[in-house]
Structure formats: C-alpha cells, structure tokens
Design a protein around this ligand. Structure first.
Ligand SMILES: NC(=O)c1ccc[n+]([C@@H]2O[C@H](COP(=O)([O-])OP(=O)(O)OC[C@H]3O[C@@H](n4cnc5c(N)ncnc54)[C@H](O)[C@@H]3O)[C@@H](O)[C@H]2O)c1
Length: 357
C-alpha cells in the first residue's frame, strides 16, 4: 500500500474546489490544511467540503509549518511564484495552477527553488490527460511527420472573457495568453518535445475587453484579449500562434503540423483544440506517390482529465517519480508569453533568453 499523503491547499477560491473534489476521491490522500489570505475563507472552505480534521489558516507560511507531503497552489497568478517557492523551501512537493507564473523571472526562481530543495514542481495542465491530445502527441512524437518545420495553433472564443482577478494586470500578469494561451502552447510544444524558443514577433490587443458593449468591467480591463505571434525555435521550426477571448469570428482554424514526410490536421470542436475539444484528426501523407488523407479515430471518452492530473501528481510523490509536468520544461512556455508581451510593447521581434538553471 502506497504511503497515505497529507496535502495542503493554498488559495481556497474557485479552482481549489476542483482540486479538493479530486483529492477527496483518493483513499490514500488526506487534505490536512487549507490557507487563504482572506480571514475565515479557509475555514469556510473546510466546512463546505467536509474536510474532517483539516486546519485553516489565513497565512500560507503557517500551513507550511505542518508536516505535509505536497501542496496545491491555487492562488491568483501573481502569487504562484512566491507561494510555490515558500512551499518548496519548506520541503513540500508543489502542484501549481496554470499559468506557471506572471513573469519569466519568477518562473526561473521557482525552478531554482525546486532544484535546491530537491522537491517536485509540477504545473497543472490537465488537457495533457485527454486521450485525443495524447493521440496528437503520440503521432507527432512517432516521427511519422518527418522534420516538423511549421506549426499553426491557438484558438479563439467568439465571446469568453472572464472577470475579477483574470483581467487585472497586477494579479494575472496577462489575459488570454495566461489563461488559455498557455494550454494551447503546451499542446503543441509538449508534442514536439518542448523545443527551445529563440525569438518572437507578436502583437496583442484588447478591443473587446475595454469596450463596455462587450465587457461589464471594461473600465478595469488591463490585459490583452487577443494575441498573435510568430515564434522561431531551434531546428528552424516556426510556430504561428494566436489566441483570443473574444472576436467577431467562429474559429481561428485547426491546429496544423507540417512535416517533411506528413502533415497533421487537428480540427477543434469549439474555440480551440487546446482543451481537448477535438472533432477530427487527420494525417496527410503520400502512399506510393498517392496523396492520401488518413483519419485518426477520435475517442469519445469519459476520462476526468482534472482528476487524472491530480492523481498523477499524488502518484509521482508516492513513487518518487519526477514531476509529471515539470516546471523546468514549462519555463519555455512562460518565456514565450513573456516574449509575446515584450514584442507587442516594442512592436518588433525580440529574443527569448532563458537563463541557465
Ligand atoms: N486548471 C484549470 O482548469 C483552472 C481553471 C480556473 C482557474 N485556474 C487557475 O487557478 C488560479 C486561481 O483561480 P481561481 O479562479 O480559483 O481564483 P479565485 O480568485 O476564485 O481564488 C483564488 C483564491 O486565492 C486566495 N489568495 C490570494 N492570494 C493568496 C495568498 N498569497 N495566499 C493564500 N491565498 C491567496 C484568494 O483570496 C482567493 O480565495 C489561477 O491561477 C487560474 O489561472 C485554473
């Protein structure tokens, strides 16, 4: 029987509820503590989720004094860095919600802290557990496409702009890029083995968020609702990426991988394939000189991808495995978002430099 883990949750808002529901399904996990910066909120969360014996705190430092195996960091983006670093320094393994951080500097410090503490830092990208996303990853990694030289990805919602902390520059760092763009980038970069980004030329805008016709908090909307970028990677790979919370359009098209031997088209069912919503996957290749399109069966599945991400973190802690979605890899995702924002502000191509870790 694997060790029964004691877990803490930092930040007891919306997504913390999803973490706790997953942990509560596991007999080998006890949610032993919850911390929220708003006095009384952690205790109310503990009562609502019937976490018998769990302790509530209004300061995560006090939670970290407990003998816990791991923590879920479920605070707004701006606190991901500091709370994760504190938890790692206190000897806890960390599952941090997406996006990894607000700045590249914070992401670097997080990875360095994990290394120093010899603890796991995993980033909570649940679409990785979607069977159809895994099919895309497996096909790209199989080598069937040859040398992949161009990728088009992203997606856009016709209307889908959140409110609250998500639209604050200080608390969220970025808008659509940080909220859904990070998933979309992870979808293709994970399939490609997280190649090293070199430069980016990008633009961002917020025509919808700042217009009271489209957003009820337009006067407080400080982030981008749309971003597009051309990202150059090592090995002459180019990624054409675009993401939007709002637009006057139904779709920004499929995700495409162009390789020297074959191409892969992933057609989204909704605003983008990044969340696992996939209608079809097709391989374009030549067979004995005949141009062929081969459909890859799309699975109708019941996998609870959120549960699977939490379970994988728990099992990795128990088994002493490396982080399932390591911060040392996702730092490239964060560096690209950082580069997109810099390029957009400067209106020119910028270098992406990730310091030695
Ligand atoms: N994986 C997903 O599907 C998913 C979905 C939604 C949100 N998220 C991510 O989860 C994070 C939280 O989002 P949310 O919607 O739950 O936000 P929320 O505002 O509902 O909850 C955040 C909570 O953290 C608390 N908090 C703030 N700073 C804190 C600190 N220093 N210490 C302890 N508590 C603190 C707040 O008081 C609040 O209760 C965001 O980073 C978001 O991107 C992920």
């Amino acid at each position: 029987m694997a060790k029964r883990l004691k877990i803490g949750i930092i930040g007891s808002g919306g997504i913390a509820g999803a973490h706790v529901r997953a942990y509560k399904q596991m007999e080998d996990v006890e949610v032993a503590a919850v911390a929220d910066i708003i006095p009384g909120k952690a205790e109310e969360f503990i009562a609502r989720h019937e976490l018998a014996g769990a302790q509530g705190f209004d300061d995560h430092h006090r939670l970290l004094e407990l003998d816990l195996d791991g923590v879920s960091v479920c605070t707004p983006n701006v606190s991901h860095g500091a709370t994760s670093i504190d938890a790692l320094q206190a000897g806890k393994h960390v599952l941090v919600e997406k996006p990894m951080s607000v700045t590249l500097e914070q992401a670097v410090e997080m990875v360095q802290a994990a290394k120093r503490a010899d603890r796991m830092l995993s980033v909570a990208f649940q679409p990785r557990y979607d069977p159809n996303m895994q099919a895309v990853r497996d096909i790209v990694r199989s080598g069937q496409l040859g040398n992949v030289y161009y990728v088009q990805t992203g997606g856009g919602r016709r209307r889908g702009m959140p409110q609250g902390t998500f639209i604050s520059k200080e608390l969220a760092g970025a808008g659509a890029l940080a909220d859904i763009g990070c998933y979309s980038l992870d979808m293709v970069l994970n399939a490609l083995g997280y190649p090293k980004p070199i430069t980016v030329s990008a633009t961002t805008s917020n025509h919808f968020g700042t217009n009271p016709k489209y957003h009820p908090q337009a006067n407080r909307f400080e982030v981008e609702d749309f971003g597009m970028a051309m990202i150059r990677f090592e090995r002459d790979l180019v990624v054409n990426f675009k993401i939007g919370w709002a637009m006057h359009m139904d779709t920004l098209g499929p995700t495409l991988f162009l390789g020297t031997d074959a191409g892969l088209k992933v057609t989204p069912s909704g605003s983008g394939a990044w969340d696992g919503g996939i209608t079809s996957i097709a391989l374009y290749h030549d067979i004995a000189g005949h141009q062929t399109e081969s459909p890859i069966p799309v699975k109708q599945h019941q996998v609870n991808i959120f549960y699977e991400k939490i379970r994988d973190f728990v099992s990795a802690v128990q088994e002493g495995r490396p982080a399932p979605i390591p911060g040392s890899e996702i730092i490239r995702n964060q560096a690209i978002i950082d580069g997109i924002l810099r390029s957009s502000a400067l209106k020119r191509e910028v270098d992406i430099v990730i310091p030695e870790l």
